[in-house]
Ligand binder design. Structure first.
Ligand SMILES: Nc1nc2c(ncn2[C@@H]2O[C@H](COP(=O)(O)OP(=O)(O)OP(=O)(O)O)[C@@H](O)[C@H]2O)c(=O)[nH]1
Ligand SMILES: [Mg+2]
Length: 361
């Protein structure tokens, strides 16, 4: 799973990237022209796994991860031809970092601080980039079909046309009601506006006490309700200060601000949810792990997420819910209480299932 971070220049992308991935990339590095994108990994916090690890005391605990890619700021009008944006075609989702902090020392390319406006402007940029791809594809398919009939092109053309029509009306592809097959047909073009969108609102330090109301304060309620879109307010500056503290002091700092969760954790969870992912767990004295899977994944595929042998030699899945396991206190006790279910390969795995796969290869 990979998120691409983009935004207008100097909105705090790299600051956030550092916070999420624990990297120490110098900010303002891109001020002097071209630079390679930053790549890093963030651990998705999962309190249930912490609790399971406390129960099993394994040698190793493995959390789910999200990769982040941080590119240089985009200028209005250049998205269509931007080399940096090309990097974004391979990611699973986009995190648009939106400036909401005021600091007059840092010039904002879009003029006054106006998150709602910036979100729209960036959306138009991405729509223009996709529009070009869709136009070229429609022309190519029409040409192919004039030369010779072929089933694949015939099936693809109406889907790409539908995308093109939406883009012409300035509707991002993610907001279309496309069937799974249709999505598969257009996957190859990696449309930017088809990707889920995490709007990361970089609040002013002074507004950190108003995180809860910030979506309404910036009139982003409609935006947040759109398909495939999540708005996540955060103060990169405050999180940066928190990251520099030792954990106990960080907790106190958080409480003083009236917050109950680090914004970084909240953001990573939102990112995870936006991708339509849930987690199941495997537990032992050796290792406790969280495994990310898509909602609706069946036991056989879930087994394959761990190891291809588990899928190939699948016999059955022994499943207990996280809550039942915690209540029972051990796998053994859960079995005694008949809380351990035996499920077949078509069982749809639920968020929080603790699974032991039985297999034979
Ligand atoms: N006051 C304030 N300054 C911030 C905040 N976030 C970032 N900055 C500052 O803004 C400047 C740019 O931050 P970066 O994280 O490099 O921004 P960027 O979006 O990666 O910039 P480019 O990659 O150059 O487009 C730095 O001086 C940061 O310290 C914030 O929340 N509040
Ligand atoms: Mg940067």
């Amino acid at each position: 799973m990979k998120f691409g971070m983009l935004g207008f220049p100097k909105v705090g992308k790299t600051t956030l990237f550092n916070i999420l991935t624990g990297a120490h990339v110098a900010v303002d590095k891109y001020a002097a022209g071209k630079s390679e994108p930053n790549i890093g990994v963030a651990r998705v916090p999962e309190a249930r796994l912490d609790r399971l690890a406390a129960m099993f005391r394994p040698k190793k605990t493995t959390f789910a991860h999200i990769d982040f890619l941080d590119i240089q700021g985009l200028q209005k009008g250049e998205a269509k031809d931007s080399l940096y944006l090309k990097e974004m075609r391979n990611v699973d989702a986009i995190a648009h970092v939106v400036r909401a902090f005021r600091d007059p020392e840092i010039v904002h390319s879009e003029g006054p601080i106006n998150p709602k406006q910036d979100i729209e402007t960036m959306e138009t940029e991405l729509i223009l980039a996709d529009l070009e791809v869709a136009q070229r594809r429609v022309e190519r398919l029409e040409l192919n079909l004039r030369k010779a009939k072929n089933k694949d092109d015939e099936l693809e053309l109406p889907v790409v046309r539908r995308c093109l029509e939406a883009l012409e009306k300035e509707t991002p592809i993610r907001e279309l009601d496309l069937q799974e097959d249709d999505v598969r047909k257009i996957r190859g073009f990696a449309f930017l506006t088809a990707k889920p969108l995490l709007l990361t609102l970089n609040l002013d330090e002074a507004d950190v006490g108003r995180i809860a109301s910030s979506i309404d304060d910036f009139d982003l309620g409609d935006r947040a309700a759109r398909r495939g879109t999540v708005v996540c307010p955060i103060s990169a500056k405050v999180e940066e200060e928190i990251a520099a503290l030792d954990p106990a002091d960080a907790r106190v700092f958080l409480q003083d601000l009236g917050l109950y969760e680090f914004a970084k954790d909240r953001l990573l969870k939102a990112a995870f949810g936006l991708l339509g992912l849930i987690q199941f767990f495997t537990v032992s004295e050796e290792e406790c792990s969280a495994w990310p899977i898509r909602i609706g994944t069946k036991a056989l595929r879930a087994a394959g997420a761990i190891h291809s042998d588990f899928e190939r030699g699948f016999i059955r899945a022994e499943v207990v819910t996280y809550e039942d396991l915690i209540a029972a206190g051990s796998i053994h006790a859960a079995r005694e209480k008949a809380r351990l279910r035996s499920e077949g390969k078509d069982y749809v795995v639920k968020d929080g299932d603790v699974i032991n796969f039985r297999f034979n290869v």
